[in-house]
Design a protein. Structure first.
Length: 354
């Protein structure tokens, strides 16, 4: 765990990627067994493991019970509620989150067992020649992100840490996208079904590069702020960078965000920003200026229709987009939340101000 003091506040960031493994290969966690360490980060470690009874390969995320920032129980509650809600609806389409297998505490270690998935978007983008995705692939990702966030919001949760490393493709089906890492997620619906009231001077939660200006201003997070983060990711995927990528100070990043005209960037081989991004950005900008948007549901279907239209104007549908990672030049596959890409810096890390 890295601890930094910024403007007299305390900032906790992700655990050190070089920290030793919490568990050895062969360790048994109730009905699961550990095989090997996959990654360290996101306030915990992720292992490859198996369900002992069926030998089903799974991912097991662990956290010490003595960790200063404990998020795994919250993540478990979130993922479990997603699975329960999805199963109760009897939906047939692919769920945008991983299957939940179990949770427990053994010998000072909390663990969450879940479905194993493939590479995350941060690492996939790092395998491209110019560190950016094609426009069709970027539009496909944006569509899938908004679809996942809409379902998450309908179930009653905010993600609050939307970033490329928290989305991965399927382990075998590379045409599926899953959202991950719900440690910072929060249920925004009260027990009576109404939205919880807006907090005053809310803490900073999220990843500096992708949070909205509302979060910089210590406004309470809403559904709109998750969409803001997905929008920033869409721009970065198409352009290759965001104008504030080299700024490390929270105030400097916020200042550049407020002054940047993202329509003036070069979007791959195209002259202009895709129309869907321009339209969605106009909705998002309105959400910054009026408190009523905190309680207002984003028009997800409007956003999705605009992205679909952009794909159709390029002669693609969601099913026919030639996703970049399925093309021959992509690097070999690795697993869920692997080692950071070469351009990983402080702005990529999940943070929480207290």
């Amino acid at each position: 765990m890295v601890k930094l003091a910024i403007n007299r506040t305390i900032l906790y960031v992700e655990n050190d990627a070089n920290a030793p493994a919490h568990l050895d290969s062969g360790t048994r966690l109730n009905e699961f067994i550990i095989d090997r360490l996959l990654s360290t980060g996101g306030f915990g470690q992720v292992f490859e493991g198996r369900v002992i009874r069926t030998n089903q390969p799974i991912a097991i995320k662990v956290e010490s019970t003595s960790a200063k920032v404990q998020l795994l129980f919250n993540e478990t509650s979130c993922l479990r509620s997603f699975n329960q809600a999805y199963n109760s609806l009897g939906l047939t389409q692919q769920a945008p989150f991983l299957k939940y297998y179990g949770y427990g505490v053994v010998n000072g270690i909390r663990f969450l067992a879940m479905e194993k998935c493939g590479e995350n978007l941060r690492d996939l983008k790092a395998t491209t020649a110019l560190n950016r995705f094609s426009i069709p692939t970027s539009l496909w990702i944006f569509y899938k992100m908004i679809t996942a966030l809409e379902m998450m919001h309908k179930i009653g949760w905010l993600h609050r840490d939307v970033k490329p490393a928290n989305f991965c493709v399927g382990l075998h089906d590379k045409h599926s996208l899953y959202t991950l890492d719900f440690g910072m997620s929060r249920c925004y619906v009260a027990e009576d079904g109404n939205l919880k009231p807006k907090k005053v001077n809310a803490p900073f939660n999220g990843t500096l590069r992708y949070v909205s200006l509302n979060i910089h201003r210590r406004q309470d997070a809403s559904r709109w702020d998750d969409i803001w983060s997905a929008f920033y990711i869409a721009v970065e995927n198409m352009v290759g960078f965001l104008p504030w990528r080299r700024a490390g100070d929270v105030n400097a990043v916020g200042d550049i965000k407020s002054r940047s005209d993202l329509t003036q960037l070069k979007y791959g081989r195209e002259l202009y920003q895709p129309k869907s991004l321009t339209i969605i950005h106009s909705y998002l900008n309105a959400s910054l200026s009026d408190d009523i948007y905190f309680y207002r549901q984003p028009p997800y279907q409007v956003f999705l229709a605009e992205i679909k239209s952009d794909l159709q104007s390029r002669q693609y549908s969601l099913d026919t987009v030639p996703l970049d990672w399925n093309q021959p030049k992509c690097a070999p596959a690795y697993y869920y939340n692997t080692a950071p890409a070469a351009n990983f810096n402080q702005g990529d890390r999940s943070v929480r101000f207290y």
